[in-house]
Design a protein around this ligand. Structure first.
Ligand code: UDP
Length: 239
């Protein structure tokens, strides 16, 4: 078997990653490309759980800012993540990977409810498990969901694929040509410097539980495999 650095990973896929160039909605070709990358890593024998975001379809906070009740706006966002989960599930199944979707809000006609033990069993059986509907609670994010689920399933790391950015920089590399990339950081560094990687709840949860995070560029095919095999192509964040 190939020597893997990470044997069980929690992949955080933002909604934007599924949107392609438009940055909004769902681009089925883009989703198929991501599914191929995931299949490649799955074929190595890596156990993969995925938390999908929903920002390509809806975000609760901006809707609340223009008058919508915040919790209802957030529940709408959680439904958006579930749409993304079903589309991703379909692409993975078409690629020949066995999958299960588990939702934090019960929707028994379309997916299993989130049950930790069952999720772990699916992983052990070689199924990719997609966690949808975030934490099931408003005021949280899918980054926090990723930190929470990664700890719950005893993942070796959270892998965070970014769109076109190859790691964590000291300032926005799209705006500042002199931005410097970090190859290693701690969660505390991120919190202290206010770096925009995960939200602070997700960073705190990861720091308190020593959960490593790897940030890398998802847009280059094969990068996910390189990360799992231990190549430091992005930024590795440790406790
Ligand atoms: N959301 C929530 N609770 C959660 C996870 C998500 O209320 O535990 C809502 C929130 O409104 C958020 C939206 O779902 O704006 C989409 O999730 P997120 O913004 O994390 O998606 P991403 O940025 O990763 O695409």
């Amino acid at each position: 078997m190939t020597d893997m650095k990470y044997k069980r990973v929690l992949m955080k896929l933002s909604g934007e990653a599924l949107a392609g160039e438009k940055g909004q909605g769902i681009n089925l070709d883009t989703v198929s490309e991501i599914a191929q990358d995931l299949k490649e890593v799955h074929d190595l024998g890596t156990q993969i759980a995925i938390v999908v975001g929903g920002g390509n379809l809806w975000r609760g906070e901006p809707a609340a800012q223009v008058g919508m009740e915040r919790s209802r706006a957030d529940y709408t966002g959680m439904l958006g993540t579930t749409m993304n989960a079903l589309v991703l599930q379909d692409a993975l199944e078409r690629a020949g990977v066995d999958t299960r979707v588990q939702t934090a809000i019960t929707m028994q006609q379309i997916a299993e409810p989130y049950i930790r033990g069952r999720a772990i069993r699916h992983l052990e059986k070689g199924r990719i498990v997609i966690f949808a509907a975030g934490t099931g609670s408003p005021y949280f994010s899918t980054d926090t969901t990723a930190a929470l689920r990664a700890n719950e399933i005893n993942a070796d790391a959270i892998l965070m694929g970014k769109n076109g950015v190859d790691g964590i920089y000291d300032s926005d590399p799209n705006k500042n040509a002199n931005a410097v990339k970090f190859s290693e950081l701690t969660h505390l560094d991120i919190l202290k410097r206010g770096l925009k990687v995960m939200d602070s709840t997700a960073s705190s949860l990861s720091m308190d539980n020593n959960m490593p995070l790897v940030v890398f560029n998802l847009n280059t095919p094969g990068n996910l495999k390189r990360v799992v095999l231990g190549e430091n192509i992005g930024t590795t964040v440790t406790g």
